[in-house]
Ligand binder design. Structure first.
Ligand code: FAD
Ligand code: NAI
Length: 509
């Protein structure tokens, strides 16, 4: 009895302490204090973007050294790895968004966050022009500002290869509104299929969802749609659920080319068991309102290879990779000698934008040897924060040297003292070393549906490949801990609990 009483007391104390800590941390996250104002004697960094690269930079940047202005058409950070979960209603959209001000209001010096789209960068005059394209605008909605340093982190847009009908009829999976649109569109298809008198053929069309691109985005989305079907739609639409079909189309011979061979096979076999049709070696050549045109790869006897067929469907999700944004192409065109890579902005080992002064580029907008991933962008952002610290130190010493040189007039002894001081400062300057960026790969993870995930993890210099339910639990905990704030972690965890208890909501707002 005494043991049970002790256990009860210990549990109560633990609950009180953890509840109190949680409350304290949550309150602290909502109570930003006073900040230093902009300082005209400091250099100004203009950051374009509020995604992985920019947010990671802002997190690490010491604003005591700089004035910082952030310009982005979204006033929030989007946690992209969990976007496919929003598309099927597992997560609420706002659970994976973090307003940029929730971060910048906690910096030592005021950071100006401007919700606007950068329209052009002038790397010679060192200015950027941006405009407020939102629904509501004030009297001023476009302006040009100068920068001392530029951090170019505008990401990339979805590659369509100019394939007819993609822009008009397919849905993308890049932004939060893409995920919301996909959920609404598919629910609309289901409700239309349930309309009295619908022919079987039309029901099959409406209930066919085609995902184009067997990269991680397409694979994760297919897995999530499968879970939605099995865990919810089957219960609420029993008459229609057997007709729902998911097809994943990939032009290359296999899905997930960046994962190890065994995990590719594991994913393909899991998809076969889950009744997700995987068409590899098959290229989508066109999209219409009600179909996709496929150029078939090898089938059965190989006779159909190269044949083009129109496949009826209700929803097409286009996840065929990245391409440079127009603003990046325009910027590259201004620096034709240095910017010759059509994939994106060329940078050097210090992430400096090739051909421009005092400009850096990070993340998906760049063309480098790294894959366009959140992991790379966030490491680059963190690196730049450290680099700016070094640059600030260098600038401060150089300013001291200039001041000392100004003092170097007068008697002989004064000149000698000034020389001595300058020597000391130059030595200090030599010690401020700028190290090149080095990427450290932490592994690749992807969710493939049916409570299974795959992971390629570098452990002691070797690759450790794993797939299944345990990897899925690892996937969940890895992403939960990577989310930027306690608020987002709590919201995502409670969404997972909500879905476990009550399932996904099928109402179509
Ligand atoms: P982004 O995060 O895209 O940010 C770009 C920012 O620039 C945005 O804030 C945008 O609004 C802003 N912007 C755009 N145009 C302008 C303009 N003209 N002026 C100013 N600002 C502008 N990677 C992983 O490593 N792991 C994963 O699990 C993973 N999952 C993913 C899932 C999905 C569905 C997707 C789409 C991507 C995923 N990625 C993942 C890739 C990862 O999201 C990107 O590599 C990462 O977002 C790149 O960061 P970034 O800062 O370069 O660009
Ligand atoms: P991706 O570039 O990785 O894959 C796109 C796929 O679409 C390619 O395999 C390509 O062959 C295929 N494709 C292109 N055009 C096609 C067509 N017309 N018909 C059929 N197939 C076509 O793009 P994705 O998946 O959007 O990923 C972008 C980046 O984000 C990658 O670097 C990826 O690693 C990263 N990412 C990482 C995730 C993770 O680690 N879990 C999740 C999602 C994205």
């Amino acid at each position: 009895r005494r043991f049970l009483q002790g256990l009860g007391r210990a549990t109560l104390v633990t609950l009180l302490v953890s509840g109190g800590t949680f409350y304290y941390l949550a309150r602290r996250d909502r109570s930003p204090g006073a900040q230093l104002p902009f300082d005209p004697t400091k250099k100004t960094i203009v950051v374009l973007g509020s995604g992985w690269g920019a947010t990671s930079l802002l997190k690490g940047l010491d604003t005591a050294d700089y004035n910082v202005i952030v310009v982005s058409p979204r006033n929030y950070f989007l946690f992209t790895p969990l976007l496919p979960s929003v598309a099927v209603g597992t997560l609420n959209p706002r659970s994976i968004l973090q307003p940029t001000r929730y971060l910048t209001r906690f910096k030592e010096r005021e950071v100006r966050v401007i919700e606007a789209e950068a329209k052009s960068v002038d790397p010679i005059k060192k200015t950027i022009t941006f405009a407020d394209d939102s629904e509501i605008q004030g009297l001023v909605s476009s302006t040009t500002i100068p920068y001392d340093y530029l951090v170019y982190a505008v990401g990339a847009e979805t590659q369509t290869f100019g394939i007819p009908g993609v822009k008009e009829h397919a849905l993308f999976m890049k932004e939060i509104h893409d995920a919301e649109r996909m959920q609404r569109r598919f629910l609309d298809c289901i409700e239309s299929a349930a309309f009295p008198g619908q022919t079987d053929e039309e029901k099959d069309r409406l209930l066919h969802i085609v995902v184009v691109g067997g990269g991680p985005t397409g694979v994760e989305l297919s897995g999530e749609v499968h879970d939605w079907l099995e865990e919810d739609l089957r219960s609420w639409y029993p008459e229609l659920a057997p007709r729902i079909r998911i097809t994943l189309v990939e032009a290359l011979p296999s899905v997930l080319p960046m994962f190890s061979k065994e995990l590719i096979q594991y994913t393909e076999s899991t998809f076969r068991e889950s009744k997700i049709d995987v068409l590899t070696g098959t290229m989508v050549k066109g999209v219409t309102e009600s179909s996709v045109r496929l150029k078939l790869g090898k089938e059965g006897d190989g006779k159909g290879e190269g044949r083009e067929v129109d496949v009826p469907c209700g929803v097409v999700v286009w996840a065929a990779g990245n391409t440079a944004r127009q603003i990046s192409k325009d910027l590259m065109a201004q620096l034709p000698d240095a910017q010759t890579n059509r994939r994106g902005i060329a940078i050097d080992d210090y992430l400096r934008l090739a051909g421009a002064r005092d400009a850096f580029a990070i993340g998906d907008c760049t063309a480098s040897s790294y894959a366009p991933t959140a992991q790379v962008a966030s490491q680059q952002g963190a690196y730049l924060a450290r680099l700016f610290k070094q640059l600030a130190k260098r600038d401060a010493i150089e300013a001291r040297i200039a001041a000392v040189q100004g003092e170097g007039e007068g008697g002989e002894s004064k000149v000698a003292a000034v020389d001595e001081e300058e020597k000391k400062l130059r030595k200090q300057l030599d010690r401020v070393k700028l190290k090149p960026f080095q990427y450290s790969h932490q592994g690749s993870l992807a969710y493939i549906g049916s409570d299974k995930a795959i992971a390629d993890l570098p452990i002691f210099g070797r690759n450790w490949a794993s797939g299944g339910v345990a990897t899925y639990l690892f996937w969940r905990s890895a992403y939960l801990s990577t989310l930027f704030s306690l608020r987002n972690r709590t919201l995502v965890a409670s969404d997972w609990l909500r879905v476990k208890l009550f399932g996904r909501d099928t109402s179509r707002e």
